[in-house]
Ligand binder design. Sequence first.
Ligand SMILES: [Zn+2]
Length: 451
Amino acid sequence: MNWRAQVQDKLPEAIAMLQRYCRQPSISAQGVGIAETVAMVREMIENLGGECRVLDDCGGNPVVYASFEPGPNGNPNRTLLFYNHYDVQPPEPVEEWTVPPFGAEIVDGKLYARGAADNKGELVARLNAIALLKENGGLPCRVKFLIEGEEEIGSPALPRYLEKYADLFRADACIWEFGGKNQYEQVELVAGIKGMCYLQFWCYGADVDVHSSMGAVLDNAAWRLVHALATLKSADNRILVEGFYDDVVPPTEALKRIADELPVEDLKSLYGLRRPLITGDANPNYALLFEPTMTICGIESGYTGEGSKTVLPKRAQAKVDCRLVPNQDPDDILRKVRRHLDKHGFTDVEVTQINGERAYRSNLDHPFVQMVVDTAKAAYETEVVLHPNSAGTGPMYPFGEFLGMDLPIVSTGCGWWNSRAHAPDESIRVADFERGILHMVLLMERFGADV
Ligand SMILES: [Zn+2]
């Protein structure tokens, strides 16, 4: 079968489907368009002859289950699970987009839309791969989907659905939601994910804002919070919370070798950095893959408008995320941060956990991992690099917890190095989308044949 030509013929139809899907806003953080999007996802699945169930009895936005039977020559004993999410990040700041965020316009070979790269392009690529296989003799294996609607807000309800419907979602292997090409145009695959402990800090100094002349005698919520935060991390990038690193398992020699071989991205030019990397001369891949982080995502207090306003703010808040590595527990991290604040005299600084997720890393020796690599090479005809885990986070751990900790999970998608997920002008390149469809066709073919 000349799949490359088949995919090419299918492309206009696939793009039209993607444009329609991207034009439907589905913003979980704002509760926009959820029901409409679920209906559209169901329609796309049923149009392809899939069985669809909308699960909504465990709270949160519905989780869509889909199942496609193997064709007459397909292997009913092999089940591939796709994980996707139909929700997207808010488009704000809208004025920074050069095209409408829900217009799905194609400019210079790129399709621009909030959600194009994260994660609507992937779902549509996968569905079109299924369509092609079905039109050409049937699916080589059984295929299931779990498509959730709260990934962009931390997947709070997903573990409950996975626990309750574990039998429904059971599979031999899983393809995760995202991926794409890096700065060197290599396809990046990831076989795991970091965890997350997202913290919110609050500090109250008074019932009301006060004239700043009283700064002569009054403490100040903003200074208080800044001092508390400053105790959490050293200037040379060491997290100072007692016990923070206790559960971190050092990388094996094999993992270190992978880190050494992975390309080092030119982050300075990519982001226009004003400061050197906080990892100094060390290979940044080590920190990206194996070390936990603590990042101040935002601080807010007092007056930050135009000109000057002399005021002593009554309150201050900060949001801090900690990316965790396998074996760290977000609830345990919260307890340790609380203990740390108390010990350093900041009993008045409140801290709560907004969301928490544990890290997950697939067994890299599982044959499925190599199968995804090999088929990516064949589809994209370019170099493919495998990361033991992403530096980012997602709800991978509960898949292992409820479907089996030996479930091999590999992430791949049709993004590129300037996809700008979560930012204005999010895009995918049509050429990558085309190869992404081909990759999924080749993978399902290999997966079904492999017994
Ligand atoms: Zn996202």
